[in-house]
Design a protein around this ligand. Structure first.
Ligand code: PMP
Length: 368
């Protein structure tokens, strides 16, 4: 069977070149005589892989020396707890910007550990979460230990088009669905975390990039595995790390560097997203609706609907038969969602737009 174009929100496509390299090294990595999957993490070979992965990510994202990079497990959802357990260290209060289900979940988890306020929310937008809230410094409590934001809202297809001004309060960002898709100024954030399964690697790895001064404040009763200090002191090797995922992440980081880094990644991602949004705003408008506020459209997750639930279902089913899979929208939103992460080739989006055009011709809407 041919490979399909996989529009899944995650786990999602990996670059073909990376899969081929992993395939070539699958049975024997370097001179080790074994696969990375079989390798102890306490070997010089694996230590080199971990070192190279961190090095490549630091280069890619231009991560300053006063930030630690951690390779952890438990998904982004575990960080919903780890962040408050470590960072609610001074005033035990933090402010959350709620722009979708994941930031809502993050806030709910944090409420177990301190005084959490919702500083701003776009839940009341119509449709719900179809935009991101505007914020000013005055929205945040001066004594908040941190402000939390979800930078790209995977389910709703929105993205923050600005970095909130939080003054001296550290900004913590969930970048699960946009990390490494374009350059970001890491210095604007106290902590960035991301599940790797969209833009970086197979599921099972979580990246945390944390400023040194925010390490060391974990509560006494925080689980050891969630204590950033312990993880940092042990260079992410306190226990067995997700070795295979770290190896794959290294290959992906090196692939992005080889094509020209995050500037080039952004150029490619913008080109793909523009192809789809230009169609939705142009000829496609007669048939499809893109419900998201234009100024905060995601470059990674493109949401659109036909306005008819039955047609949406038919669309996803027939697209899958044509090799364009996982286009069904999130169960809470309906419609369609095309996740076009780093590894989605431009041709995949071209094929999707061609399919959308043909589907509109073949399925005229009946006025109800
Ligand atoms: N945050 C965002 C923005 C996500 O998209 C997801 C998963 N889709 C999560 C958090 C939860 O991540 P995980 O499944 O890695 O816990």
């Amino acid at each position: 069977m041919d490979r399909v174009y996989n529009f899944s929100a995650g786990p999602s496509m990996l670059p073909l070149e990376v899969l081929e390299r992993a395939q070539a090294e699958m049975l024997c990595y370097g001179d080790s005589g074994m696969s990375v999957m079989e390798m102890s993490h306490r070997t010089p070979e694996f230590e080199q892989i971990l070192h190279d992965a961190e090095d490549a990510l630091r280069k890619l994202m231009n991560i300053p020396a006063n930030y630690k990079v951690l390779f952890l497990q438990g998904g982004a959802s575990t960080q919903f707890a780890a962040v408050p357990l470590n960072l609610l260290s001074e005033h035990k209060c933090a402010d959350y910007i709620v722009s979708g289900q994941f930031s809502k979940k993050a806030a709910m988890e944090a409420k177990k550990y301190g005084d959490i306020a919702i500083a701003a929310s776009s839940a009341g937008a119509s449709p719900t979460f179809s935009t991101v809230p505007d914020t000013t410094r005055a929205d945040f409590r001066p004594d908040a230990d941190y402000v939390h934001i979800c930078f790209n809202n995977t389910i709703y297809g929105t993205k923050f088009h600005y970095v909130p001004d939080t003054g001296n309060i550290p900004l913590v960002a969930d970048m699960s669905s946009c990390i490494c898709s374009e350059p970001v100024d890491v210095t604007k954030f106290g902590l960035i975390y991301a599940g790797a399964q969209k833009n970086i690697a197979p599921a099972g790895l979580t990246i945390v990039i944390v400023r040194n001064d925010l390490i060391g404040g974990a509560r006494d009763d925080a689980p050891a595995m969630l204590d950033y200090k312990l993880m940092a002191e042990n260079d992410s090797m306190y226990n067995t790390p997700p070795c295979w995922c770290i190896y794959m992440a290294k290959l992906v980081f090196e692939w992005i560097l080889s094509i020209g880094g995050l500037e080039e990644m952004k150029r490619r991602n913008e080109k793909k997203a523009s192809l789809l949004y230009d169609y939705l705003d142009g000829p496609g408008q007669a048939y499809y609706t893109a419900p998201v506020d234009k100024k905060c459209r995601s470059m990674m997750n493109v949401v659109f609907v036909t306005g008819d639930g039955e047609l949406d279902k038919k669309f996803a089913k027939e697209a899958a038969a044509a090799g364009l899979v996982n286009l069904k929208g999130h169960r809470s939103v309906g419609g369609m969602r095309a996740s076009i992460y780093n590894a989605m080739p431009y041709e995949g989006v071209e094929k999707l737009v061609a399919f959308m055009k043909q589907f509109a011709i073949d399925n005229p809407k009946i006025q109800k």
